[in-house]
Design a binder for this molecule. Structure first.
Ligand code: PHE
Length: 339
């Protein structure tokens, strides 16, 4: 048998036709005027007369075989294509997948961080389980401070030298121990306090604290940064006020209020009828704290502040019960999808 005939037969058998494009390729390769098969047919007349009959028959059989295959493939392609198309009903309503969203606490925490990052603060993180030094001692807490009491702080049963951080000020200590001034950080994170769970307080909540240490940092610098924060967070017309307060790690210390957004300062039940709501604690870092962290308090000064994120979120979204943040009720969470 002529080699070329064998070769074309093999090609025919190996050719896969699954759609219209393959079918056309098949036609071009085996049945068109320029195909090798057609050329072979043209050569029949040049073959020696004694071999011509056999050769001509082989080539004709091959051509017939190709033609039959083509017809078969054509039928398959033409019959399956419309069926497949009709199986996909593009007008059918699709399955609705509800997309998840960020938790409101995460949304607000990110916003707070972004506001401070815009003016050069960088975000730091650290362990939730801390030691006494980073949460209390380095921060100038006296030995008999009530926060050191089991009543107020969760200690680790197996080793009471460790405890769950009650504030992210522990990260400020870690940063001061590790970095040289100027220092400009914010410390977002989860904190834990042994408190009764009510509409206003929870044993777990989130904070963003901030720390700035450099030469000649003043209380006025702090006030301006906190005013900027309040206006970015709550709107350009937001008013703030600072009230004297006490924290072991700052001196002087203050609490910052913003004018109540709900009643524009006239008095309502959210602001307990005094027109202002407290949003954060702040103050100038106590020189003892700087020295505890090996920073020269004669050369450097700084301010620190800290806020509860749930509280900010409650004010921003007018939520009146902190427990809603921890219940994971989809009807509550779904309201923040587009925030
Ligand atoms: N650490 C304080 C708290 O948890 C907040 C605070 C931070 C106050 C920094 C003053 C300065 O309540």
């Amino acid at each position: 048998m002529n080699l070329k005939v064998v070769e074309i037969k093999q090609q025919l058998d190996q050719f896969r036709v699954e759609d219209g494009a393959h079918l056309e390729a098949f036609r071009l390769q085996f049945l068109s005027k320029k195909s090798e098969l057609q050329e072979l047919l043209g050569e029949v007349k040049n073959i020696a007369p004694e071999l011509r009959k056999e050769f001509g028959q082989a080539v004709n059989n091959l051509k017939q075989y190709a033609q039959e295959l083509y017809e078969q493939y054509k039928n398959i392609v033409e019959s399956t294509t419309p069926v497949q198309i009709s199986e996909i009903d593009v007008t059918r309503p699709s399955t609705l997948y509800s997309s998840g969203s960020l938790h409101p606490v995460t949304i607000v925490m990110n916003q707070v961080c972004e506001i401070f990052e815009k003016i050069g603060f960088s975000s730091v993180s650290g362990p939730d389980i801390e030691d006494d030094w980073h949460v209390f001692s380095a921060l100038n807490f006296p030995q008999d401070h009530p926060a050191r009491d089991m009543q107020d702080t969760f200690f680790v049963n197996l080793n009471p030298e460790f405890l769950l951080r009650t504030h992210t000020s522990s990260l400020q200590v870690r940063t001061m121990e590790q970095c040289k001034p100027p220092i400009r950080v914010i410390c977002p994170g989860r904190v834990y306090r042994n408190e009764t769970i009510t509409a206003r307080s929870h044993c777990i909540f989130h904070q963003v604290e901030g720390l700035y240490i450099a030469n000649d940092v003043s209380f006025a610098d702090m006030k301006q940064v906190l005013l900027y924060f309040a206006q970015e967070m709550f709107g350009a017309d937001t008013k703030i006020r600072l009230r004297p307060s006490y924290f072991p790690f700052t001196e002087p210390s203050a609490e910052m209020d913003i004018e109540c957004k709900l009643c524009s300062g006239k008095g309502c039940n959210v602001c307990k009828f005094n027109g202002w709501v407290e949003i954060l604690g702040c103050g100038m870092v106590d020189p003892n704290v700087l020295e505890n962290c090996k920073i020269n308090s004669k050369t450097y000064s700084g301010y620190a502040f800290g806020m509860g994120i749930e509280r900010i979120a409650m004010l921003k979204y007018k939520i009146n019960d902190i427990r809603l943040f921890f219940e994971n009720d989809l009807r509550f969470l779904e309201q923040f999808v587009n925030e």
